[in-house]
Design a protein around this ligand. Structure first.
Ligand code: SF4
Length: 318
């Protein structure tokens, strides 16, 4: 059976979630997430009117999942599909810009405006790449991609444009084909970012550590209100620490890519310069294939399973 991954999903940083999605598992979208989605859908035509009033010619593909223009990219094992939002042009300005309209909360909007889409919204960038590749295959001319974002707190509008990247599109297709080919929910890249599980519609099916999340067994309770300064400060501290860790990871990966290119890929083991020596060490590692083992020896696996509780703290805007 041909599997389907939607463009809006392909950038979600957890391949386990994508596996559930393409294999027809029923997800549970919380009423809060649904409200956020509904507000975005309701505001979309309003934002299109703002663009028109600002002098843009807008070809609007209204209707979300039922919109007239659909893209479909055939891959091994299935296809990527999606419905692009708009193509906009400006008289005597930018032409044929494929955009996606996003509404964001204050924190998300401010970070995106500061860091740009490529760094702070890779999921949106990947979504647009699927739309662009599909439209180009249909013969449409696409000269730029862009995100039009609106801050839901104060209605500020910002636009960020970027180019189509063939390498990125190739990596999206490779990742999608890998997910299509899986027979079991994977462990690798699941999740690749810590925030995913709080926004995951498949958390009830996800059995990542051999047991479903304990919190799924408990009835959802409304949060208890606090005005304790020390607790509120701790929440800020946790958000701040996670943001710094995320940025540090990006910096580390960038530095490692450059060093890898100049050391390992050139057959060297170290380089000296600027008062530093950078050396590389390569070690073979082995991983216990617990998913495969469980499949072949389920009873044996159960005998040696030890239960413990992993506690995750999630802080998001109320
Ligand atoms: S609960 Fe977390 S690890 Fe499991 S599928 Fe969802 S995002 Fe991935």
């Amino acid at each position: 059976m041909s599997k389907i991954l939607s463009a809006s999903k392909c950038g979600f940083p957890c391949e386990r979630n994508l596996f559930y999605s393409v294999n027809g598992y029923e997800g549970n979208t919380s009423s809060h997430s649904q409200r956020i989605f509904d507000v975005g859908t309701a505001l979309e035509p309003v934002i299109v009117e703002w663009l028109r009033n600002d002098g843009w010619n807008v070809e609007y593909n209204q209707g979300s999942q039922n919109a007239e223009i659909e893209v479909s990219i055939e891959l091994n094992g299935g296809k990527l599909i999606g419905h692009p939002d708009c193509i906009i042009s400006r008289p005597e300005g930018l032409q044929n810009v494929l955009i996606d309209i996003k509404t964001m909360n204050e924190r998300s909007f401010t970070l995106w405006k500061k860091e740009g889409s490529l760094k702070s919204k890779p999921q949106y960038v990947k979504q647009l790449h699927v739309y662009a590749a599909g439209l180009i295959a249909q013969g449409r001319k696409i000269e730029k991609l862009g995100i039009v974002g609106v801050n839901k707190n104060n209605s500020e509008l910002h636009m960020d444009f970027f180019d189509f990247d063939t390498e990125l599109m190739k990596s999206i297709q490779d990742m999608t084909e890998r997910v299509f080919s899986l027979n079991d929910a994977p462990f690798e890249n699941s999740p690749s970012e810590s925030w995913c599980c709080s926004y995951c519609e498949f958390s009830q099916q996800c059995n990542l550590y051999g047991v479903p999340p304990v919190s799924n067994d408990k009835p959802e309770m409304p949060p208890v209100f606090t005005d304790s300064d020390i607790v509120i400060q701790a929440m800020h501290q946790l958000i701040d620490a996670r943001e710094k860790a995320k940025q540090a990871k990006v910096q580390e990966d960038e530095a490692k890519n450059i060093l890898d290119e100049h050391i390992r890929q050139k057959g060297l083991t170290s380089l000296e310069g600027g008062g530093y020596v950078c050396s590389i060490t390569e070690r073979k590692t082995q991983r216990f294939a617990s998913a495969e083992f469980k499949k072949v020896h389920p009873d044996l696996m159960n005998q040696f399973m030890k239960e413990s509780v992993l506690v995750t703290y999630t802080v998001k805007e109320a």
